[in-house]
Ligand binder design. Structure first.
Ligand code: BTN
Length: 254
């Protein structure tokens, strides 16, 4: 009933009223053999997972809490690019459906007016040279009216920014369709230049000042671009280009 025009992603959609976490459920189903492209969606998560062990607020009926199970035939080191690809898809779907100015905050937050409306959490099960499965978890704050005070400055919803409610089903449909378009391109070529060009066009960090923390030494500089491997290039105050990989660091606009 999502009326999807896809072949792979969402060829099977499993809906739940309530789950601890759609990523958790998707991993379980994947281990039990769920097929490539299966998507798990929950109305509510009681233990939604964010990056770095954080909680993801997932109240009932107001957001899109979903996870896609993918079994791409690529090397494990290329899997992290999938998160960037999914983020680009969410960004484009949100722009299309809401007309809000959504952007990507590297590596994989989607922001509107400087606050986060979507986060992605990718988890992988792999051997040295092949991927068993990847779970791409996507959380989009759609019709959330209010956030707890401690999140007020960093999180927002499409409803808060657009002053109206949006149809979650439509957004699920377009997100998965656009995700599939990019996914096919991602599988078809080793060279991600085209996709990354588009990623850069949607990335809010480009040309802006940032502070990178979490390394031996903090870096302050200007963001040049995101590379084909998904790294952020930051030109530091000495004019030197530094390659920053996600995971190890936190990047904050200043
Ligand atoms: C982050 O920005 O910290 C990542 C947040 C990811 C949240 C989504 S909601 C659907 C899926 N299931 C989870 O438990 N987490 C992801």
């Amino acid at each position: 009933h999502y009326n999807l025009n896809t072949e792979i992603i969402g060829n099977k959609i499993i809906n739940f009223d309530k789950l601890d976490s759609t990523n958790q459920q998707a991993k379980k189903l994947a281990l039990e053999g769920a097929s490539n492209g299966t998507v798990v969606i929950a109305e509510e998560q009681t233990a939604g997972k964010g990056r770095r062990g954080k909680m993801w607020v997932s109240p009932p009926g107001t957001g899109i809490w979903m996870s896609a199970i993918l079994r791409p035939s690529v090397m494990p080191e290329n899997a992290s690019m999938l998160t960037l690809v999914a983020g680009l898809a969410v960004c484009k779907a949100v722009r299309e459906i809401t007309n809000l100015e959504a952007s990507i905050k590297w590596p994989n937050d989607i922001v509107v007016n400087g606050k986060k409306i979507c986060g992605l959490l990718t988890e992988m099960n792999s051997e040295i040279d092949f991927i068993n499965f990847v779970v791409v978890g996507i959380g989009i704050n759609v019709n959330i009216e209010k956030f707890p005070p401690e999140l007020d400055n960093i999180a927002t919803s499409l409803m808060i920014e657009g002053n109206q409610s949006y149809q979650r089903k439509k957004l699920v449909k377009r997100t998965l369709e656009i995700f599939e378009d990019y996914y096919k391109k991602y599988l078809a070529t080793e060279d991600l230049t085209k996709i990354i060009e588009e990623y850069n066009e949607h990335c809010i960090n480009i040309g802006r000042k940032v502070r990178v923390t979490g390394r031996k030494q903090d870096i302050t500089g200007n963001v040049k671009c995101v590379t084909n491997k998904g790294e952020l290039i930051v030109t530091d105050q000495q004019g030197e280009d530094i390659v920053v990989t996600s995971g190890e660091v936190s990047v904050r606009g200043i």
